[in-house]
Write a protein that binds this ligand. Structure first.
Ligand code: ACO
Length: 378
């Protein structure tokens, strides 16, 4: 094998065919589509339920299909008592993403058909996971903070119900719409690291829970979904907009990364989701606490001035979540609550057009060494 064939970080490698998400750069502008529908149109007109249906089934639902799908999700929201027991027994100091992946694994132990991979069975498991993710996250948060569980409402939408279960009060229309839009924007993004992890697991024909656990673990890293929590830490540290420039300059001079900036795919172009999230963050800032948005704008200007980088999807998510009263350590979970729709769509696509994903490594270690018995080693 020759070294020049190595694609460090698999940058720009086309690893599979997919009809779920399209990212294309045209005339210096990024296009992002789910199943061929532009993200800006979906952001304006769609809901998370509709987008999840689109990702899973490949088509926009009719009115009755959407109603049936939304009803099915509502019926699947509640957790089995064993999972609630698990959430009660886990350390309240565990990171909620660690709790989420543990609960997913536990759900797998309760599925008698865990290894069944027919299209119908996989869709059923996907719907169950999509429906239960918000409940796992909200229940754990209430348990760890000593509050009573708020059971899922069968009146509210997916997004509104999550906020209701988390806070114990129904969200306002603006809050519910903001949460819903955020879920639409995070639902899928082609072969990002967590989705690729899910597809690698699926390519071994591992069960769907194993694939989702792989994805959940991968999403947690600060270079991926973990960035939003780090962004919030940064906004809190900066504390006032006028300190942003000095902070960014100092970090960059030290060779440190600014969380929420840069992207493997959107290089020198704006991530289309950022445009929507910035507008959403601004809208919420006008109605709620303006500080986080103002600091974010100042950071964005400074990072562009000193490094020429644009914010990614995680950057404005932070101020949106803060204004929705979501604790910092749940930010990655919100990402997962949305991305489970994309993960499961990709897992099903992988199952149905499978070839084991097994790349090679270019070996750079020593070769052909002679084994030395332990008593003869220096
Ligand atoms: N802060 C400062 N400089 C950065 C940043 C950043 N956030 N991101 C990239 N750069 C710089 C690099 O130092 C490098 O500069 P150089 O050419 O002067 O050495 C250049 O931009 C290219 O960076 P790469 O390392 O090649 O970028 P890569 O594609 O490997 O990494 C990544 C992408 C991981 C997202 C990176 O931009 C990063 O670490 N960002 C911060 C973490 C983050 O926000 N992650 C969320 C990503 S979105 C998502 O997963 C949901």
């Amino acid at each position: 094998m020759c070294e020049k064939k190595i694609h460090d970080g698999l940058q720009d490698v086309l690893a599979c065919k997919s009809s779920i998400c399209r990212i294309e750069m045209i005339d210096g502008k990024a296009i992002l589509e789910y199943r061929g529908y532009d993200i800006h149109e979906l952001a304006q007109h769609s809901t998370f339920e509709e987008v999840a249906y689109l990702l899973l089934f490949g088509e926009l639902p009719t009115k009755s299909e959407l109603e049936a799908f939304s009803e099915e999700l509502k019926e699947l929201r509640e957790l089995p008592p064993q999972i609630i027991g698990l959430l009660t027994h886990l350390s309240p100091f565990s990171h909620p993403m660690v709790v989420l992946r543990t609960a997913i694994s536990y759900l797998g132990t309760m599925d008698k058909h865990i290894h069944h991979k027919s299209h119908e069975k996989s869709l059923q498991k996907a719907k169950s996971l999509i429906a239960k993710f918000p409940t796992i996250v909200a229940y754990f948060h209430r348990i760890r903070s000593g509050q009573n569980l708020v059971h899922p409402s069968d009146e509210l939408s997916h997004a509104a119900n999550f906020l209701y279960m988390l806070h114990g009060v129904e969200p306002t229309k603006t809050e519910a719409k903001a949460m819903d839009l955020d879920l639409v924007l995070h639902a899928d993004h082609e072969l990002n690291a967590s989705t690729f992890a899910a597809r690698i697991a699926a390519s071994t024909l591992a069960d769907i829970y194993a694939c989702v656990v792989a994805a959940t673990g991968t999403l947690m890293g600060p270079l991926h979904g973990g960035a939003a929590q780090k962004v919030m830490e940064m906004l809190r540290e900066i504390a006032v907009p006028w300190r942003a420039e000095e902070y960014v300059k100092m970090k960059l001079e030290r060779g440190e990364r600014i969380m929420g900036f840069g992207h493997r795919v959107y290089r020198g172009v704006v991530d289309p989701r950022t445009i929507e999230l910035r507008a959403l963050a601004e809208k919420l800032a006008k109605e709620k606490e303006p500080k986080w948005f103002e600091i974010s704008r100042a950071v964005e200007e400074a990072v562009y001035k000193y490094k020429g980088l644009f914010p990614n999807v995680d950057f404005y998510s932070a101020s949106v979540y803060a204004n929705l009263g979501i604790p910092d350590d749940l930010f990655i979970n919100i990402f997962a609550i949305s991305r489970i729709s994309g993960w499961t769509a990709h897992i099903i696509e992988q199952y149905e057009n499978n070839r084991l994903i097994r790349p090679r490594a270019f070996y750079v270690g020593e070769a052909g060494r002679k084994y030395v018995p332990i008593d003869q080693r220096g």
